[in-house]
Design a protein around this ligand. Structure first.
Ligand code: T5A
Length: 222
């Protein structure tokens, strides 16, 4: 049985990390395996993120978020992080039938390095292909939030990293990237209104995941 890859995407401060943890908790409480009625019972849930989902990735993350670098260098380091992550964590988990909830994946590179930095989109697609071996998410939850609102959330939290500190125009181009991707891939990217309070966003996500379970065959195993 092949597992499922569910990815959370969006601009800075849209609430991905909060919602990823909320979905994992809601599905698995209290044992770390799926317990929610109607879902594939007993299936383990893995939570992970990019960059930084592996030991090597943790080192790459420190470089990526901490150091100034040329845009092509940034692109290649994100691709390296993803290649390691897919090989070491995501593919083995999916092969074992686990559900993988991942904070950012291929669409972030298109949005940030493609639309944000202005790097060649065809090259990014090729690098994503190399890094993932063609693996695409079963479902991408795009947490849609006004850029300024997201940045004000991260600024309230303090400790902004190198990319969060980029100017507003950069983040608006990133937003355009996510909007374009959602139009291009409606079969896997579902927009979620992330401007509501956290519990309401969690409820909306749960409904979308429920709807997507229908065509996923391992629902039948419950
Ligand atoms: N990147 C990544 C690329 O450029 N290319 C790539 O290919 C990849 C994979 C990752 C950076 O790397 C870039 C994108 C990023 O800039 P990161 O630290 O992981 O760095 O940054 P983010 O992924 O943006 O994570 P953040 O933690 O900054 O944002 P989240 O996860 O969207 O938001 P979250 O859940 O941490 O919440 C942020 C704040 O808002 C509050 C939370 O309590 C928190 O304080 N909040 C809400 N407040 C009000 N209402 C709600 N509904 C709220 N939800 C959360």
């Amino acid at each position: 049985m092949q597992g499922k890859l569910i990815v959370f995407e969006g601009v800075e401060g849209c609430g991905k990390s909060t919602q990823l943890q909320a979905l994992a908790k809601q599905l698995t409480a209290p044992e770390g395996r799926i317990t929610t009625p109607g879902y594939p019972e007993g299936v383990p849930i893995i939570t992970t993120r990019e960059p930084g989902g592996t030991l090597l990735g943790g080192e790459l993350r420190q470089l990526l978020l901490g150091r100034a670098m040329a845009s092509p260098t940034e692109l290649l380091l994100y691709a390296a992080d993803r290649a390691q992550h897919v090989e070491e964590v995501i593919r083995p988990a999916l092969a074992a039938g686990h559900w993988v909830l991942c904070d950012r994946f291929i669409d972030s590179t298109v949005a940030y390095q493609g639309y944000g930095r202005g790097l060649d989109l065809a090259l990014i697609q090729l690098l994503n292909q190399v890094a993932t071996g063609g693996l695409t998410p079963d479902l991408t939850l795009w947490l849609q939030l006004d850029v300024a609102m997201g940045l004000s959330r991260t600024r309230q939290r303090g400790d902004n990293d190198r990319i969060e500190q980029a100017d507003l125009a950069f983040h608006q181009r990133v937003q355009l990237g996510f909007e374009t991707l959602a139009q291009q891939h409606p079969e896997r990217i579902v927009p979620i209104d992330a401007a509501h309070p956290p519990a309401a966003v969690t409820a909306a996500i749960f409904t979308v995941v429920e709807q997507h379970l229908q065509p996923w065959p391992n629902r039948l195993q419950t």
